[in-house]
Design a protein around this ligand. Structure first.
Ligand code: NDP
Ligand code: 2IT
Length: 446
């Protein structure tokens, strides 16, 4: 079976040359699936893995727009519709200059397994653009979003494909995208999630990914009879996910001592709490892309060009972006006594880094399990839209919490069932896979 999996990974590399991030995501998942294929030859016979790495559809399009000075810009837009076996395509849109087809394919691939874990009926997709929002005016962001949606609208729909936010796409962008969709499609439906509260959005959706990561970490700690109370935490990033994680971790009695941005990281020994957490929203809205602003405002140390993984903490929550924590960072965290890593970002740890955590036998949860609370709450937003009834904050939060506890239990039970107890990577990959794979078998060769 090892041979078959290795060959398959090789084929993916040959067929998708240069798509480094996509190769990495496939390799991580397929290594876990060896255990499943040994027990169930039917997945191999029906070429389920071969089908899963071939997106059902990819749309690539031109996004022309005009800046405030009248200059014309051309960006590239994408939507990767990966797998619709268990529901309409669902997944965020990323606006960042580092966006490539490889990045979006890896994200869409991860999304398939993540969405399956949420227990809600959502397939996997992802999209975005290499557009750089940094320094752009509100009017420029609006024109870009309108141009992007002018092409995308014909490929999505509330029962077809439901995009949401990701890096560079928050409430404001979802608003502009929704406005343009509504105008073109002439319908008011839940075609996007992360909407404003007055027009179909769900309470708790902005907080959901970060809250979910912390709920997941809480469950991991419980397996060792520990809690978040009094623990110190290193968070990377200062965006939507980092913000939600800081809020919930602080509420549960932990102390968040770092945040990071592309410019470096800050160390706040008193903890990122209260108004300091609110300030994260201001930093994000400033579109300056600098966490240094925090150091200046609150007079704490700033380490230019560095990542926060050398700091002594109990828990690490990487919440910025892919491959932001490598083998050396992982060694450093373990050496300094870190006992738990839960990924808020998608694939923030390199394959080498993951091996370090697993060999050190610390608690380590991959993003597709730990950060599933965001898309799960998007699923709850879709439900509310279908019912045309909003739920209260408490109700959504309770459901989110139940879903995270459930995903945690599923990961632990599946890992044990397949002979690798405490291996959250195997637990998440296998459990996420089985539901989608069985649906594909039921639906024939499509
Ligand atoms: P935001 O745009 O709100 O924030 C992203 C943060 O990461 C920003 O601070 C961003 O800075 C920073 N960042 C980006 N690149 C780097 C880098 N190379 N080094 C350091 N920091 C960097 O996005 P989100 O918080 O929504 O997303 C963060 C991560 O969480 C992503 O991996 C995303 O895929 C994942 N995620 C998001 C979910 C959601 O619901 N929003 C759900 C599940 C996962 P800048 O952009 O200024 O470079
Ligand atoms: O990576 C993710 O799960 C997200 N960016 C959220 C996707 C969604 O559809 O809410």
């Amino acid at each position: 079976m090892k041979e078959y999996i290795r060959n398959l990974i090789e084929q993916v590399k040959i067929k998708n040359p240069g798509e480094r991030e996509f190769h990495q995501a496939v390799e991580e998942v397929f290594e876990s699936l060896e255990l499943v294929l040994e027990r169930n030859p039917k997945y191999r016979e029906h070429k389920i893995l071969e089908r899963m790495v071939e997106p059902e559809r990819i749309i690539i399009f031109r996004v022309p727009w005009v800046d405030d000075k009248g200059e014309i810009h051309i960006n590239r837009g994408y939507r990767v519709q990966m797998n619709s076996a268990i529901g309409p395509y669902k997944g965020g849109l990323r606006f960042h200059p580092s966006v490539t087809l490889s990045v979006l394919k890896f994200l869409a691939f991860e999304q398939v397994f993540k969405n399956s874990l949420t227990t809600l009926p959502m397939g996997g997709g992802k999209g975005g653009s290499d557009f750089d929002p940094k320094g752009r005016s509100d009017a420029e962001i609006m024109r870009f979003c309108q141009s992007f949606m002018t092409e995308l609208f014909r490929h999505i729909g509330p029962d077809v494909d439901v995009p949401a936010g990701d890096i560079g796409v928050g409430g404001r962008e979802i608003g502009y995208l929704f406005g343009q969709y509504k105008r073109l499609a002439n319908e008011f439906t839940g075609v996007l999630t992360g909407k404003g509260l007055n027009w179909g959005g769900s309470l708790i959706r902005p907080e959901a990914t970060g809250f979910g990561v912390v709920y997941f970490a809480q469950e991991m700690l419980k397996t060792k009879n520990m809690s978040l109370e009094g623990k110190t935490i290193a968070i990377s990033g200062f965006g939507n996910v980092a913000w939600g994680a800081a809020l919930k971790a602080t509420e549960l009695g932990a102390k968040v001592v770092t945040l990071s941005g592309p410019d470096g990281f800050i160390y706040d020994q008193d903890g990122v709490k209260g108004e300091k957490i609110n300030y994260m929203l201001e930093m994000r809205a400033s579109l300056r892309d600098e966490v240094k602003m925090y150091a200046e405002k609150f007079k704490v140390p700033f380490y230019a060009g560095k990542r926060p993984w050398g700091v002594k903490v109990d828990i690490a929550l990487p919440c910025a972006t892919q491959n932001e924590l490598d083998e050396n960072d992982a060694k450093e965290l373990v050496k300094n006594g870190c006992i738990c890593v839960a990924e808020g970002a998608n694939m923030p740890t390199t394959l080498g880094g993951v091996k370090v955590f697993q060999e050190a036998k610390i608690l380590y949860a991959p993003g597709k399990a730990a950060n599933a609370g965001g898309v799960a709450t998007s699923g709850l937003e879709m439900t509310q839209n279908s019912m045309r009834l909003p739920w209260s904050r408490e109700e959504v939060d309770k459901k989110l919490h139940e879903i995270m506890v459930n995903i945690h239990r599923t990961c632990v039970e599946t890992a044990a069932e397949y002979g690798t107890p405490e291996n959250y990577v195997n637990g998440a990959n296998i459990a996420g896979f089985l539901k989608v794979a069985d649906a594909m078998l039921d639906q024939g060769i499509v």
